[in-house]
Design a binder for this molecule. Structure first.
Ligand code: TYM
Length: 341
């Protein structure tokens, strides 16, 4: 079927960096849950952006290990390699090749103004930040545009990168002729930003200074229960959903609702007259079960690395069937002489 065929299913694409020993609950609710839900309606591309992972300090042996953990956790979250194209970014070299073209279409100031770059480069100072950190969003644009993706399910923190991707698609199309589909971010409002349990004004993130407020998908049920029990809550004792004045309780209610599928209002009604502690105990138990099951599935998948390697190989082969012709078209439109053969 040709790429331009109107009969093709719309495409969804997303990735999550293998930069920690485990994904956390924010990744799960902000991203993976949507990935799993979208894989039938869409032709799905889900990948592990290992090239992005080397834009900050890293250890090669750990990166390799974390790539397998990332794959096992994606599958444990419901991504099915029979229904989705699952692959590792570095196995499809066309991403980096297309990124170069986008680097040359992006202003230096435009790239320097990206929020994630500003935050990450502020941590160690401009001299410590790699050029890769600056060009990170153009690689992300290449990840998305090389497959002509229609939807990109992400959390709120990636909205700006998807916006830049849209701009680059339009810029290229305008300058060199219609080439790229202009994608849309798919951000589920209710779970677009899960907050740290210890500091509910900060997003849950593996790079937060303490892990006490981050629920890792690899945590034991006991650790999870403890983390929820010691979650920072707000003054007062009445359970109500008020993100402005009660961000701690609002975050716990958000997680509870996401986990059970209940409406927040119904949960609030259920807890009328009860204390914060009651909500924490109930949520702690729910989460402990959830993470416990997730951990068991991850372990099983991780025990068979040969199978994960086969999934990666099959995924990269399918991905390249689309990535190679897109890159050829881009090179041709960019004015590069086609090599013989
Ligand atoms: P990454 O690896 O930081 O995060 C993976 C996904 O998890 C979401 N997320 C959250 N959602 C809700 N609450 C939170 N606290 C939270 N923390 C993280 C992120 O928004 C993301 O959806 N640049 C991307 C990886 C990437 C990518 C791509 C994504 C590379 N190429 C192409 C989409 C398409 C990133 O660093 O996500």
């Amino acid at each position: 079927m040709s790429d331009a065929s109107p009969a093709r299913r719309p495409r969804v694409l997303s990735g999550a960096q293998p930069t920690a020993d485990s994904y956390h609950l924010g990744n799960y609710f902000g991203a993976f849950r949507q990935w799993a839900a979208m894989q039938d309606e869409f032709e799905a591309f889900y990948f592990i952006p290992d090239l992005h992972a080397i834009t900050v300090d890293y250890d090669p042996a750990l990166l390799r290990e974390r790539t397998y953990i990332a794959a096992a956790q994606m599958l444990a979250a419901g991504v099915d390699p029979e229904r989705s194209i699952v692959f590792v970014q570095s196995h499809v070299p066309e991403h980096a090749q297309l990124a170069w073209v986008f680097n040359c279409l992006t202003g230096f100031g435009e790239a320097s103004r990206m929020t994630q770059f500003k935050d990450k480069s502020a941590t160690g100072g401009a001299d410590k930040a790699s050029v890769g950190l600056l060009t990170y969003p153009m690689l992300m644009a290449a990840d998305i545009l090389i497959y002509q993706a229609d939807k990109v399910p992400v959390g709120e923190d990636q909205r700006q990168h998807v916006e830049l991707t849209r701009n680059l698609a339009q810029r290229f199309n305008h300058r060199f002729g219609e080439t790229f589909t202009v994608p849309e971010a798919h951000i589920v409002k209710a779970t677009a930003k899960i907050y740290d349990l210890q500091d509910p004004t900060r997003k849950m993130s593996g790079s937060n200074p303490s892990h006490a407020g981050v629920i890792d998908m690899i945590d034991t049920p006991k650790t999870v229960t403890k983390k929820v029990r010691s979650a920072v809550t707000d003054s007062g004792s009445e359970i109500s959903y008020d993100p402005q004045n009660k961000p701690g309780i609002a975050n716990l209610l958000t997680i509870h609702a996401a986990l059970t599928g209940q409406e927040i209002d119904d949960i609030v009604a259920e807890y009328e007259g009860k204390q914060y502690g009651h909500l924490k105990v109930a949520l702690g138990e729910l989460l402990a079960d959830f993470v416990g099951d997730f951990g068991r599935r991850t372990e099983e998948l991780l025990a068979d690395r040969a199978e994960l390697d086969r999934i990666f190989a099959a995924g990269a082969a399918r991905a390249r069937e689309i990535a190679v012709p897109t890159l050829e078209r881009v090179y041709e439109r960019s004015g590069f002489v086609a090599p013989l053969g």
